[in-house]
Design a protein around this ligand. Structure first.
Ligand SMILES: [Zn+2]
Ligand SMILES: [Zn+2]
Length: 324
């Protein structure tokens, strides 16, 4: 099965965090955080449909203006998801410019903030000079975006302020085992879509299917479908090294194919890490190992380690690979 997501940090590990995720089956991309994005082309920017912001410290949010500028003439709207203050932060950015010449522009921003168990929503449309329109609140129970083939989950973590951690999970794939179909003497037909739907919806075992005039139960037919797990990517930046955060991160990243995580400080500076509400590289390695992730990508290192004999990457990977 070909991967659905192609994911890559935009910058090096000592530079601003920003993860660009291409959806290979669509002309579309997602972005996690928006630090400096000078390395993205206008073509890359034009594909972005959804941005997920962990928190609005400048190194995670300064690239938003460049994206806004790139998308002004794009008819498709842009969704931005972020912490409690994201609506006010975007409103503040928009108020920082003069918008008297854009009423013909099609861009619409839909901004969603995670505030406890509520998702607040405001719209900003170029045709209305980006004036803020508050929409109705929705209940929030962990999923920020449910798309046709994937979902994005968010969890609120502590970095002195609120900081969101995200996971991007593709739905499982259902493939029909042609040999099993032949063995049972069953024809290919629209009933297979019905069977796939029953699997997705976890239908009861006695649900009936009529195939070529014969009746079968879901239990009898389920074996001809092979289920494979979809891709999972998780992204955690700037969080305090406390037990509650670690517990929530472990739940979020469980069995990820790739886990992108800040590793701002080395273990030797762990007191500083506590003071500054950041993880240490060693702790990141341990969390990734315990979370059962396949690949760890440590990033967002303090510039003070640029010439350090041991890099945060080495420290995190050494701990991650322990016992493997
Ligand atoms: Zn940061
Ligand atoms: Zn921060």
């Amino acid at each position: 099965m070909k991967p659905t997501f192609h994911h890559k940090p935009v910058n090096g590990p000592f530079e601003d965090p920003c993860l660009y995720v291409r959806l290979l089956r669509e002309k579309r991309a997602l972005m996690f955080d928006a630090g400096t994005i000078g390395r993205l082309s206008l073509g890359d920017i034009l594909k972005i449909t959804d941005i997920f912001i962990t928190h609005t410290h400048i190194d995670h949010f300064i690239g938003f203006d460049t994206i806004l500028r790139g998308l002004l003439r794009r008819p498709q709207h842009l969704n931005v998801f972020g912490p409690t203050n994201i609506i006010e932060c975007i409103e503040g950015k928009l108020k920082g410019y003069t918008w008297n010449l854009i009423e013909e522009y099609p861009l619409r921003l839909e901004v969603f903030s995670i505030d406890g168990d509520v998702m607040r929503h405001s719209s900003f449309y170029a045709e209305r000079r980006f004036e803020r329109l508050d929409r109705e609140d929705k209940p929030f129970s962990g999923i920020v975006l449910q798309d046709a083939s994937f979902k994005v989950k968010a969890v609120s973590l502590r970095h002195d302020i609120q900081c969101l951690g995200f996971s991007l999970e593709e739905d499982f794939h259902i493939n029909i085992d042609k040999a099993a179909l032949l063995d049972m003497g069953l024809p290919v037909g629209p009933w297979l879509s019905e069977l796939k739907r029953a699997i997705r919806e976890n239908a009861p075992e006695d649900k009936e299917f009529v195939v070529s005039g014969k009746t079968y139960t879901f239990k009898e037919l389920r074996g001809i479908a092979k289920i494979t797990k979809g891709q999972k990517i998780s992204y955690v930046m700037d969080v305090a090294p406390d037990d509650e955060n670690i517990k929530k991160i472990l739940e979020l990243i469980q069995d990820s194919d790739t886990f992108y995580c800040e590793a701002y400080f080395l273990d030797a500076d762990r007191e500083r890490a506590v003071e500054r509400n950041h993880l240490t590289a060693k702790l990141v390695g341990k969390i990734a190992r315990e979370g059962g992730v396949k690949n760890l990508v440590p990033m967002h290192f303090s510039p003070k380690y640029r010439n350090s004999p041991v890099s945060p990457e080495e420290e995190a990977m050494e701990e991650f690979l322990k016992g493997i």
